[in-house]
Design a protein around this ligand. Structure first.
Ligand code: TXA
Ligand code: MG
Length: 341
C-alpha cells in the first residue's frame, strides 16, 4: 500500500505549484485528474488548453472533506449530506447548486457545480495541505481514454503538466458515479462504482437515470472514452463471426473479452479482461490503450453482464463504440463494413 507520508515532499511541491497557478496531475482511486486551483481563472484556463477541451464544459472540484461543501454549494439538500456521509471519500461526484463566487470557468456557466472527495491518500494529503478546491478533469486529451497510471499521464500530457504525483495504479479504474442532487428528483448522470442500487438503497427514493436532457456533459458524449481503434460490440456468441467480417475487410483486429473465443484466428489478439468485475474495471482503460499500442484498427468487445459495476463498464464500452445511452443486447449494432483510415 502506498504510504502518503513518504511522498510528503512531493505533496508540498504540488501545493506550491497549485498556489502559483500551475497544473498538477493527481492520482485518485478512479482515474488520474489534471488539477488546478479552482479559484484561479488563469489556472483553470490552463486545464482546458492542456486537454484541448471546449471551454464551456464543466469540471469537478475536488475537496478534502465534506465540511467544505458549503463553500462551493448552496441549498444543499439532506440527500446530498447523506450521500457524502455514506460514500466520501469515494468514487462519487455530487452536482449541487453552486455557491456565489464559484468560477464560471469551472461550471461552464451552469448554475450547478460538481464536487467530489476522492479516496486516495496522496490526493487527500494534497487537498488537505492545499486547503482549497482543486478543479480536475480526467488527465487525458479531450475525448480520449482516461489515465489510470502516472505513466499514462506522462505519455499523453507530460509536456503540459508541471508536476505528476505518482500514486500508483488507480484502484477503481473508471470515473466516478455522478449524482445530480440539485433538484427534487435525484438523477444519476454517469454510472460508476457507486451503483444506482446503492444510491437508491441509501436514499430510499426513486431516481432518474435518463441522464442529460439539456445539460452539457462531455463525459456523456457517445464518442467519449475512445481509443483510436474502432470499437465494435458483440456478444460472446457473435465474436468469431464479427471478427471474420472485419478480417475480410483487411483490418488488424483484436478481441476484448473475459474469455478467449475458442476458434479465434492466430492473427487476432485476445486482450483479456478477466477476473471479477472490479478487476475488469481496473484494467479496462489499460486494455483500450493496449489496442492502440498494438496498432489495432478494430477492437471487437464483449459487454460484461449488466449487474453492479458491470453497468458502468457497459456504459464506457458503448461510448468507446460511439453509441449513446442504453445497454440492452438487442441494441447491438449491425456491423458496418468500411473502416475509418
Ligand atoms: O472520477 C472522476 O470523476 C475523475 C477524477 C479525476 O475525479 N474526473 C472526471 O472528470 O472524470 P471529467 O471532467 O473527465 O468528467 C467530469 C464529468 C463531465 O462529464 C462533466 O460534464 C460532468 O462531470 N460535470 C461537471 N460539472 C457538472 C455539472 N455542474 N452538471 C452536470 N455535469 C457536470
Ligand atoms: Mg474525462
Amino acid at each position: 500500500m502506498l504510504n502518503a507520508l513518504n511522498q510528503l515532499p512531493d505533496v508540498q511541491q504540488a501545493v506550491t505549484v497549485l498556489r502559483k497557478g500551475g497544473l498538477v496531475a493527481v492520482p485518485t482511486e478512479t482515474v488520474y485528474g489534471l488539477g488546478a486551483d479552482a479559484r484561479n481563472p488563469e489556472a483553470v484556463a490552463r486545464i482546458f488548453s492542456a486537454k484541448g477541451r471546449p471551454a464551456d464544459h464543466p469540471l469537478i472540484v475536488h475537496l478534502a472533506d465534506a465540511s467544505q461543501l458549503s463553500e462551493w454549494a448552496r441549498d444543499i439538500p439532506p440527500a446530498a449530506w447523506r450521500l457524502a456521509e455514506a460514500f466520501w471519500p469515494g468514487p462519487l461526484t455530487l452536482v449541487l447548486p453552486r455557491a456565489p463566487g464559484v468560477l464560471d470557468a469551472v461550471t461552464g456557466g451552469l448554475d450547478t457545480v460538481a464536487l467530489r472527495v476522492p479516496d486516495h491518500p496522496l490526493a487527500l494529503a494534497l487537498l488537505a495541505a492545499f486547503a482549497g478546491g482543486v478543479a480536475a478533469p480526467s488527465a487525458n486529451r479531450y475525448g480520449r481514454v482516461s489515465p489510470t497510471s502516472a505513466a499514462h499521464v506522462r505519455e499523453e500530457l507530460g509536456d503540459c503538466v508541471d508536476l505528476v504525483l505518482d500514486g500508483g495504479p488507480c484502484s477503481v479504474g473508471i470515473e466516478s458515479t455522478i449524482v445530480d442532487v440539485s433538484s427534487t428528483t435525484v438523477r444519476i448522470l454517469r454510472p460508476g462504482a457507486i451503483t444506482e442500487r446503492a444510491v437508491h438503497r441509501l436514499l430510499g427514493m426513486p431516481l432518474a437515470t435518463d441522464s442529460m436532457a439539456g445539460v452539457r456533459c462531455p463525459g456523456r458524449k457517445p464518442s467519449h472514452y475512445a481509443p483510436r481503434a474502432r470499437v465494435v460490440l458483440a456478444s460472446h456468441a457473435q465474436v468469431e463471426q464479427t471478427v471474420e467480417r472485419w478480417l475480410t475487410c483487411g483490418c488488424r483486429v483484436g478481441v476484448l473479452a473475459s474469455r478467449r473465443p475458442p476458434t479465434l484466428p492466430e492473427n487476432v489478439v485476445w486482450l483479456h479482461l478477466t477476473g471479477d468485475v472490479r478487476e475488469q474495471a481496473r484494467r479496462l482503460y489499460q486494455r483500450l490503450r493496449d489496442a492502440d499500442q498494438l496498432g489495432l484498427q478494430v477492437l471487437v468487445a464483449v459487454l460484461p453482464p449488466d449487474v453492479g459495476l458491470g453497468h458502468a463498464l457497459r456504459d464506457r464500452l458503448r461510448r468507446a463504440a460511439g453509441l449513446g445511452d442504453g445497454g440492452a443486447e438487442r441494441d447491438l449494432p449491425e456491423i458496418a463494413m468500411g473502416v475509418d483510415a
